[in-house]
Write a protein that binds this ligand. Structure first.
Ligand SMILES: *[C@@H]1O[C@H](CO)[C@@H](O)[C@H](O)[C@H]1NC(C)=O
Ligand SMILES: *[C@@H]1O[C@H](CO)[C@@H](O)[C@H](O)[C@H]1NC(C)=O
Ligand SMILES: *[C@@H]1O[C@H](CO)[C@@H](O)[C@H](O)[C@H]1NC(C)=O
Ligand SMILES: *[C@@H]1O[C@H](CO)[C@@H](O)[C@H](O)[C@H]1NC(C)=O
Ligand SMILES: *[C@@H]1O[C@H](CO)[C@@H](O)[C@H](O)[C@H]1NC(C)=O
Ligand SMILES: *[C@@H]1O[C@H](CO)[C@@H](O)[C@H](O)[C@H]1NC(C)=O
Ligand SMILES: *[C@@H]1O[C@H](CO)[C@@H](O)[C@H](O)[C@H]1NC(C)=O
Ligand SMILES: *[C@@H]1O[C@H](CO)[C@@H](O)[C@H](O)[C@H]1NC(C)=O
Ligand SMILES: CC(=O)N[C@H]1CO[C@H](CO)[C@@H](O)[C@@H]1O
Length: 826
């Protein structure tokens, strides 16, 4: 008779008791609750031996083992003995009853409701248990009034971490908050973002699913379906068959089941019946190690089962536990159990004996789940012992054995930090043990070791490590299945959500000038002003900055003729100075020649403003400088042509007019007036539309052109064109004058070239931007200036240098005489 008969009796009395200096209460479910036809006043729903639960029984033994070990220890609580009361909490009322019994006062008085429980001394200094979250909520709430430490070994619901509500609750199983994080990391690891969530309809399942759904939603993963199933459903339940149909319809490849083992069993039976196959099932810690589910016939076809389980226990503890249990004689156990015997008569004893022949603790009878939970119980007892050890001042060598109030013990327990079989034991502020998980997988090809550890999840900091090689997927190619509502988009494509699920979307390329920032896959962001991007881009690129740089080869090609032209002007000036008294220079204008050359040089030097990055100065200078000095030159030309016409043609008819023109300083006035007009024009236009440096983004997508704004030069050019036309008209009027005074042919060419250049610049104004625009303008200026030089000054220089005999007063005299003769003849 390996099992003491009293163990099968129910909660009206403690199932098992041992005295000691300080007592612990243990709450373990050793029977399943039985439905009753009518409510009965007595809490006796646990006495049916056919509903015996081996798991709870094994846990109660782990508590006894731990207490005995501590009693035997000479270092932990020396000379102090711990006692225990173990209760069978097979139903919620039984659990509450046991909780209240633990609160009976030490001197035997019943539970009192006092205004303060500071000096309240209950029988139990601490409570180990209860098992599941639903009943733990009650116990934790009741005990929080008395601040009696309650350390659960299996209640994992996240709500219990709220110390505001359950100040005296601690646990040696990680909170579901951690488990949910582990499941989430698992989903993320395999890229599953379209999953179904199912749970049992109790606090464990509902709270777990709530937390998981919240975490998934926050991370843009989607729950295709969420459902719960009843705790007491069986394989014929319509609810489960409906769930099977739904799972087939929604076509997810991954289903998370957050449920307790009792309800998962019928669920998988139905899944097997309804041929739901080829899916990944992710199991919560409560059922993922369950052998009975693993042994449902035909379950191998459901696909891959990956589960979360509390970290594996050191086998050394299990071995010691089992060998302790084996050497424990039944008689000794009978002696341990003193209270509550005999109340239920012989029949229960007989049933228990029959039932519990199979209850003998052995390594093979304990499955992984039992050993893990046993270790949790074992650590819970040790936690209390370490707290007491600290409270009683045992560290000094002798323990005080004084009165212990539960709230004092609670404070000490929260601070414990010790190592048990290589497992560090300490608690966080929520009363949760610092502990990680193993990720396990059901190995269909093995019978004995049905679960393979394929990874671990360590907490604080959270880290998931998966050994991909160990995983055996149900898929043919042994590749991880996908579970996504929509396949990911190509790089640079944004997601356009199709329904209320963020995971279901179509893809749309980001237009040019925008890019997709990977931190927001749903919208394209625009690039900065100095950046560009092609279509479907994930980044912006800097635009190339474009302007006519000094170091550009084209610049050299333009600068060399400019400099040559300037040198030529200087050379001409020198040549004219040396031959200042010759008639050619005189006829060309005398002193005015230098003025003309100077203004041409000014125009020419405006070309330098086109090189380099445009600045405010160069932009403001380039057109006015050119236009004004070029107008000066043209005005001079016009005056000179007019004077020659006067001398030869008008002087004869109206000599007074010419006299007055000369006396009143006509030439100077005209030049000044014309220059002032041009200057005024330039100023007005600059004021209206200032030519300041600006960045042109519109011409090219990938380049930014640095230019000078404003369109003032058009009117300035128009004015010079007008002047040229006058000039041309006057020189044309003198086409029959002596050759030395006759510039008509050369000037016609030059002025026509000027007009052509101006027209070309005007016409191509829109076509060329940036560097090309500057080049065209420089080229046009160069042509115009070169042409005028060639048309006006070169013939004079030619005569001075190569035809000296034509450059004599005699020759000029002759030419004029022959002209007047011809005039008189005609
Ligand atoms: C406690 O000590 C007794 C006697 O020394 C021994 O029989 C028993 O196995 C010990 N218990 C544990 C749990 O070590
Ligand atoms: C499941 O499959 C078996 C054999 O393939 C078939 O006999 C049975 O009718 C199927 N059950 C359902 C519910 O589809
Ligand atoms: C334990 O008690 C025994 C006898 O009562 C005594 O000899 C021993 O010194 C005590 N040990 C400690 C650590 O108090
Ligand atoms: C427990 O103690 C160890 C060393 O003794 C220390 O490293 C660890 O941080 C402590 N843990 C807690 C939670 O205080
Ligand atoms: C699954 O079990 C078989 C048989 O026991 C074993 O050979 C195999 O190594 C196991 N697979 C893994 C990944 O551990
Ligand atoms: C489920 O897996 C199948 C086969 O691997 C695949 O074709 C299908 O797209 C997957 N479904 C989802 C939602 O990812
Ligand atoms: C993308 O967005 C994140 C967060 O808004 C920001 O820190 C990051 O700099 C952005 N990346 C680019 C390339 O703009
Ligand atoms: C783009 O330009 C910014 C500022 O103008 C500069 O800091 C950055 O380094 C440039 N990026 C590249 C890739 O050249
Ligand atoms: C419950 C239990 O094991 N009690 C024992 C504690 O240790 C003392 C002395 O070692 C024993 O006398 C108790 O029976």
């Amino acid at each position: 008779m390996p099992l003491p008969a009293l163990l099968c009796l129910c909660a009206a009395a403690a199932a098992s008791t041992a005295r000691g200096d300080y007592r612990l209460a243990g709450l373990f479910p050793m029977h399943s609750p039985q439905p009753r036809d009518a409510p009965q006043p007595l809490v006796d729903s646990c006495d049916d031996p056919t509903t015996f639960k081996y798991h709870g029984y094994a846990l109660s033994q782990a508590m006894r083992f731990a207490v005995e070990e501590i009693n035997n220890s000479s270092t932990l609580l020396p000379n102090i003995t711990l006692g225990y009361d173990i209760y069978d909490t097979c139903s919620e009322p039984a659990n509450l009853h046991a909780t209240l019994r633990a609160l009976v006062q030490k001197d035997g008085r019943e539970v009192e409701v006092l205004s303060t429980f500071r000096n309240y001394e209950p029988q139990a200094v601490a409570v180990i248990g209860p098992d599941c979250s639903d009943v733990a909520l009650t116990t934790a709430a009741v005990l929080s009034v008395f601040l009696v430490p309650v350390i659960s070994y299996e209640a994992s619901s996240e709500v219990l971490s709220q110390k505001r509500l359950y100040p005296s609750f601690l646990r040696t199983i990680p909170s579901d908050g951690q488990q949910v994080k582990a499941i989430f990391q698992l989903m993320k690891n395999f890229g599953w973002n379209w999953v179904a969530l199912l749970g049992s309809n109790n606090a464990y399942g509902r709270d777990g699913l709530d937390a998981l759904q919240r975490l998934l939603n926050e991370n843009n993963m989607c729950v295709a379906y969420r459902g719960t199933f009843a705790l007491n459903a069986d394989a014929s339940s319509q609810e489960l068959h409906n769930l099977a149909a739904i799972l087939r319809d929604i076509k997810v490849n991954v289903t998370v089941i957050f449920a307790n083992r009792q309800s998962v069993h019928p669920f998988f039976k139905v899944m097997v019946q309804r041929n739901v196959t080829g899916m990944v099932w992710v199991g919560s810690e409560d059922w993922s190690l369950d052998q009975t589910i693993r042994q449902i016939p035909g379950i191998q076809n459901i696909g891959t089962v990956i589960g979360i389980s509390v970290e594996m226990t050191d086998p050394a503890m299990v071995e010691r536990f089992v060998s302790w249990k084996a050497e424990k004689s039944p008689v000794a156990e009978q002696d341990d159990s003193v209270e509550g015997g005999g109340e239920n008569g012989g029949s229960a004893q007989l049933d228990c004996t029959q039932r519990c022949t199979a209850c003998h603790l052995s390594a093979s009878a304990l499955d992984t789940y039992d050993t893990q939970a046993s270790f949790n119980v074992y650590s819970a007892v040790y936690t209390v012992a370490h707290g007491l050890h600290d409270l009683l001042g045992c560290a000094s060598g002798a323990c005080s054995k004084g009165t212990v109030y539960p709230w004092q013990l609670l404070e000490k327990i929260k601070q414990v930090n010790f190592t048990l079989y290589k497992n560090p034991i300490s608690f966080d502020d929520g009363g949760d043990i610092h502990k990680g998980y193993d990720i396990i997988m059901w190995n269909w090809s093995s019978k004995s070791s049905a679960f393979d550890v394929i990874g671990t999840f360590s907490v604080n900091p959270d880290r998931l490590i998966i050994d991909q090689d160990k995983i055996l997927w149900h898929t043919e190619d042994n590749q991880a299945p996908t579970s996504q509502c929509s396949k990911g988009c190509q790089p640079g494509e944004r997601q356009v959500q199709q329904n209320h699920h963020r995971c279901c979307f179509t893809c749309m390329a980001c237009p040019p000038e925008t890019f997709l920032n990977r931190s927001d896959l749903y919208s394209c962001q625009s690039c900065g002003a100095d950046q560009w991007s092609p279509v479907s881009s994930e980044a912006c690129f800097n635009r190339t900055i474009e302007f006519l740089s000094w170091f550009d080869p084209i610049s050299w090609a333009l600068l060399i003729p400019t400099v040559l032209l300037l040198l030529l002007m200087a050379g001409l000036a020198v040549l004219f100075a040396l031959n200042f008294s010759t008639p050619v220079v005189k006829s060309a204008g005398g002193k005015m020649c230098f003025f003309m050359l100077g203004s041409l040089a000014c125009s020419c030097s405006s070309i330098f403003c086109y090189f380099g990055e445009p600045t405010l100065h160069t932009c403001l200078l380039r057109h006015p400088l050119y236009a004004i000095s070029f107008s000066i030159f043209l005005s001079c030309m016009t005056t000179r042509s007019f004077q020659i016409i006067c001398i030869f043609k008008l002087n004869a008819r109206w000599p007074a007019l010419y006299e007055a023109w000369l006396r009143r300083g006509g030439p100077v006035l005209f030049i000044a007036a014309s220059t002032a007009a041009q200057t005024g024009l330039c100023l007005a236009v600059e004021a209206a539309s200032p030519s300041v440096p600006r960045r042109n983004y519109d011409t090219w997508p990938d380049r930014v052109a640095l230019e000078c704004g404003g369109a003032g030069w058009v009117s300035a050019t128009a004015y010079t064109v007008l002047l040229s036309a006058c000039c041309f008209a006057l020189s044309y009027a003198g086409k029959d004058l002596p050759a030395s005074y006759n510039e008509a042919k050369c000037l016609t060419c030059s002025l026509l070239l000027h007009l052509a250049c101006s027209a070309a610049v005007l016409c191509t104004q829109g076509a060329f931007r940036g560097r090309a625009q500057a080049t065209v303008q420089v080229l046009s200026s160069l042509c115009t200036l070169g042409a005028l030089m060639a048309g006006y000054f070169f013939p004079k220089a030619f005569v001075i240098l190569l035809r000296p005999h034509l450059n004599t007063p005699e020759h000029f005299q002759m030419a004029i005489q022959s002209y007047t003769r011809r005039l008189a003849d005609s």
